[in-house]
Design a binder for this molecule. Structure first.
Ligand code: AMP
Length: 443
């Protein structure tokens, strides 16, 4: 990656960086950020057991909801830039608070995070800006939902309006299933996040992820990606937080990406501006490529996981400068991201039972890893009494590899996975099947 007219002297105060969050996403951000030679320390609140294996990284134990203690600590550490990973602190207005305290923050304020934390708001936003998306109905009660479901001739998708850790979307195959999904949301399955329900026309097509780094007015795009949300091979089974991803996706050639820019990305930025929302962070566009063109399935106000782990190794040390420019509203908008001539893929190793109930605390054994262009980012791990690495989440490790083509990427990733073991380890063998010639059936 090279950035036009980038002069590192302009960024000399980027010694201490803070990342908020505890997943594979945050570890991969830390890994990309520490590459910058100006950086002395990357702090993670709270990070996880893998964070301190990354060069220059240190975890901090502090409650981010204790705002006085947090501010004092950040002043003491002389933090130059804060990157907020997850959606919940963004939806709670942490970026607004820290900006008021004069910190530079990469992450939208509460107004911008609404793109993610209210699906009905996001749908109305798209409607106002004429952005292509599935038709929808916003309903405030089960009675209203029933009327629409009964009168609809097409199958409807049912969504809780608010944040639900990726579990608030139902894709029913019958009216009865549709009704029972609406019923369970209104009965409180997701607490207040289900006070409002969005019913949506079900659309078809492959899904792609596009990320725009945004400074409030201008934006630049990161390499595109595709992830695998379903638990099982052949993209079957329940939805998960993500079982793997690859970048870039060959589905989006230059012309199609231009169409997405014209029909979706620029109208989104314009609409944010129209509403005086100064969005300084990443906008994730979850898109479906339908027969009638690209449509927005959802916005996120953060980097996707595992797309982030997949894309970060394609960034060079200038990535940090882009984050800082976004935080300051000073993107030129024409910065070029020159990725190495390589593609990247990620396979997630999960705990048995995920995304439902699973056990944690199993020792993780890592054998001889082929470390060339390979990263292992911890997603859900902790350290045992004797410093041993233990499973501590549904998604445990992100195994990421780069190479000149996807066959080589995934050959290396799966070879490395043979060296990794813990009780109940599960991963899909067919991540990236769309871009691979040969997909093995064994696990
Ligand atoms: P969301 O959390 O809104 O991204 O939804 C999770 C997943 O549900 C998406 O990645 C899609 O696979 C699927 N989905 C959501 N909305 C629709 C829709 N209107 N039509 C078809 N599939 C959908």
């Amino acid at each position: 990656m090279s950035i036009n007219s980038t002069n590192s002297k302009n960024f000399s105060k980027l010694k201490n960086i803070l990342i908020i969050g505890n997943g594979g996403r945050e570890n991969s951000l830390a890994w990309a950020i520490q590459k910058n030679e100006l950086v002395k320390k990357v702090y993670l609140i709270p990070g996880n057991a893998g964070s301190e294996r990354i060069n220059k990284c240190k975890r901090i134990k502090i409650d981010i909801n204790n705002l006085n203690e947090l501010t004092e600590k950040l002043n003491f550490l002389e933090i130059d830039l804060i990157v907020i990973g997850p959606e919940i602190p963004l939806a709670n207005g942490l970026a607004d608070f820290l900006r008021k305290k004069n910190f530079k923050v990469f992450g939208p304020g509460k107004d911008g995070a609404k793109l993610e934390y209210s699906k009905s708001w996001a749908k109305e936003f798209m409607q106002d800006a004429n952005i292509p998306t599935a038709n929808f109905w916003k309903v405030n009660s089960l009675e209203e939902a029933k009327k629409i479901i009964h009168s609809s001739s097409i199958p409807l998708v049912v969504k809780a309006d608010g944040l639900a850790s990726g579990k608030g979307v139902f894709i029913p195959d019958s009216k009865d299933e549709c009704l029972s999904a609406a019923e369970s949301i209104f009965n409180g399955q997701f607490g207040n996040s289900g006070n409002v329900v969005v019913l949506e026309e079900r659309i078809q097509g492959p899904e792609v992820s596009v990320f725009a780094l945004c400074d409030g007015k201008r934006y630049i795009l990161l390499p595109t990606a595709q992830d695998h949300k379903r638990l099982n091979e052949k993209d079957k089974g329940p939805n998960t937080g993500g079982m793997g991803a690859y970048s870039p996706t060959p589905l989006l050639n230059k012309d199609y990406l231009n169409r997405i820019i014209q029909e979706i990305i620029e109208p989104t930025i314009d609409e944010l501006n129209k509403r005086s929302i100064d969005y300084r962070g990443v906008i994730y566009f979850g898109l479906m490529i339908t027969e009638s063109g690209p449509k927005v399935i959802e916005y996120n106000c953060r980097f996707g996981d595992p797309e982030c782990q997949t894309i970060m190794p394609l960034m060079d040390q200038n990535f940090l400068f882009l984050l800082e420019k976004c935080s300051m509203g000073s993107l030129a908008g024409n910065e070029k991201i020159n990725t190495p001539n390589k593609v990247s893929g990620c396979v997630i190793a999960t705990s048995k039972g995920y995304p439902h109930e699973y056990k944690t605390g199993f020792p993780i054994k890592i054998g001889k890893i082929d470390s060339s262009d390979t990263q292992i980012f911890d997603s859900g791990t902790s350290l045992g009494k004797n410093g041993e690495l233990l499973t501590d989440g549904g998604r445990v490790l992100s195994i990421v590899c780069q190479d000149s083509n996807f066959d080589m990427v995934f050959e290396k990733a799966y070879k490395n996975l043979k060296e990794i073991n813990f009780d109940g380890i599960y991963f899909r063998n067919d991540i990236g099947h769309q871009v691979r010639k040969y997909v093995s059936k064994e696990n």
